[in-house]
Design a protein around this ligand. Structure first.
Ligand SMILES: C[S@@+](CC[C@H](N)C(=O)[O-])C[C@H]1O[C@@H](n2cnc3c(N)ncnc32)[C@H](O)[C@@H]1O
Length: 213
């Protein structure tokens, strides 16, 4: 198996010793993208937030610094990702601000109407049934709550970035979408007030949808 194939398999589901390195590496490698994505939402210090496909837990840590009176949850189906996320966020877990679980987007271990904000950074590509999984996210969002998807792989008008994204999507056998397709699949899952933002030069996209009141 080639290096790129190994890499794409590991970002899909980090495992073992290499997975630990990859999970930590994604925290660094995705930091600028995540900060840009989060500049599109208001984060209230009282929010209850879920990060799905939390990988190495870098975004959980980012949230924990902002949400002083709320709570941050993380979920990932990779035991290795959960291990690194817990290690990185040890002090916040001890303070009771953060909880991290191993589990799937398809069956979230939370009650209905629980979260103010749910995020997926570089994550939705790997969800097994996008519309069904988005409906599961919708279920656990509070009315007026928001889902934010932040990705660097999408079908953009920037030819160079688009071709690069297409290569990875083919190698990893995962879908990527146009901004119009984001609107469509978020709408089909029930989300309203859909906002798409693009960072053309970098080839980044942020898609936000709201749960109706
Ligand atoms: C590309 S990594 C992104 C990690 C992190 N969000 C970041 O931006 O650095 C995708 C993560 O999603 C997780 N994942 C993939 N499919 C999942 C699913 N069905 N349910 C929960 N987590 C999943 C993987 O284990 C992996 O940690």
């Amino acid at each position: 198996m080639g290096f790129k194939q190994k890499l794409v398999d590991q970002v899909r589901k980090p495992s073992g010793r290499l997975g630990k390195i990859i999970a930590k590496g994604m925290n660094k490698g995705h930091a600028k993208l995540a900060v840009w994505g989060l500049s599109h939402v208001i984060i209230d210090p009282n929010y209850i937030i879920l990060d799905i496909g939390c990988g190495g837990g870098g975004n959980i840590e980012r949230y924990a610094k902002m949400v002083l009176n709320g709570k941050i949850y993380g979920i990932d189906y990779s035991g290795t990702a959960v291990y690194i996320s817990k290690e990185i966020n040890k002090r916040y877990i001890e303070q009771g601000i953060v909880e991290i679980y191993q589990g799937s987007v398809s069956s979230l271990p939370f009650t209905d109407n629980f979260f103010n904000l749910i995020s997926g950074f570089e994550a939705y590509y790997f969800w097994p049934d996008l519309t069904r999984d988005l409906k599961e996210i919708y279920r656990v969002l509070k009315p007026n709550g928001h889902l934010i998807l932040v990705n660097e792989g999408y079908i953009s008008n920037n030819e160079k970035k688009r071709n690069k994204a297409k290569k990875w999507s083919k190698l990893g056998n995962f879908p990527i979408h146009t901004p119009e397709e984001y609107r469509k699949f978020l709408g089909e899952a029930g989300f309203s007030n859909i906002q798409i933002s693009e960072e053309y030069k970098k080839g980044w996209i942020t898609a936000i949808g709201m749960k109706k009141l």
